[in-house]
Design a protein around this ligand. Structure first.
Ligand code: ADP
Length: 253
């Protein structure tokens, strides 16, 4: 009976989700389409630039919405590669700045000697973004998000069990103790209809598991929350990136 109840709750949540996402998506399409209409009738360069920015943002948000859904339904296959976490996270500062508010400060503490991991790098970026957006929403009056990573040696001479720990800490409202265990459940959200899908942290959970790692939460009500991931180290070498288009390659032309 409990299973049946859970199942029907899931179905109900699924219905709400589909409605909520369709609604959000429709709004974004409206924004883009009316922006385009205005753009066609505007000649002022500054105004055109603002309209273009607005359209671009609506499209970006729409793309991230569908990406969340695809990741959830596991239709986007994982493409693991050897990743330098420090480099990837530093590269995210610009997109984090765009996604957060002015009263939210991002700090990164990334030691230079971090071990490499083998993960789907774009899924890792989506996970960090999902966690950071939750952190922002948990800090209505602003605050600080600290993104830190460190090596966690297993202590075994063969290095088996060596992990890299990635933690994202906020100075927000915290999570009530009775909700902690539900945080990673798909469709669990405390946000208003149309504001939350309840899929952000389930993507994070899926990413951690698919990477052979684990995820957890430490939170103190009124003080803040830390979402952490532990991902196995790889000793494989980084694959050199392909030469940038337009630059002479190492082989010459
Ligand atoms: P959504 O953000 O769409 O609600 P998530 O799965 O990302 O879905 O998060 C689920 C819920 O977990 C949120 O609605 C919120 O109640 C809670 N939560 C997540 N991160 C935090 C945080 N950093 N501080 C407080 N609550 C959080």
């Amino acid at each position: 009976a409990e299973d049946a109840l859970r199942q029907s709750q899931k179905m109900e949540a699924m219905g709400q989700l589909t409605g909520g996402v369709a609604h959000d998506f429709n709004n974004l399409l409206m924004v883009a389409s009316s922006g385009l209409d205005l753009l066609e009738r505007t000649s002022d360069p500054a105004r055109r630039e603002r309209l273009r920015d607005g359209i671009r943002q609506a499209i970006d948000r729409g793309a991230s919405l569908t990406q969340q859904l695809l990741a959830f339904s596991r239709r986007s296959p994982l493409k693991p590669e050897v990743v330098d976490i420090g480099q990837r996270l530093s590269g995210m500062l610009a997109i984090l700045d765009r996604s957060l508010r002015e009263d939210v400060t991002v700090r990164m503490q990334l030691p230079p000697d971090l071990w490499r991991v083998e993960v789907d790098a774009s899924q890792m970026e989506v996970a960090v973004l999902n966690i950071a957006i939750n952190a922002r929403d948990a800090m209505p009056d602003g605050g600080t998000i600290t993104i830190e990573a460190r090596n966690e040696p297993s202590g075994r001479p063969d290095g088996v069990g060596d992990m890299v720990r990635l933690a994202i800490r906020d100075t927000g409202v915290g999570v009530a103790p009775d909700m902690v265990s539900r945080l990673f459940e798909p469709f669990f959200t405390t946000k208003a209809v149309g504001k939350g899908t309840g899929l952000g942290l389930s993507q994070v959970y899926g990413f951690a598991r698919a990477s052979g790692g684990e995820v957890g939460v430490d939170s103190v009500l009124g003080e803040g929350t830390t979402i952490w991931l532990r991902i196995p180290r790889t000793t494989k070498a980084l694959v050199a990136p392909p030469p940038l288009a337009g630059r002479p390659s190492a082989l010459g032309r």
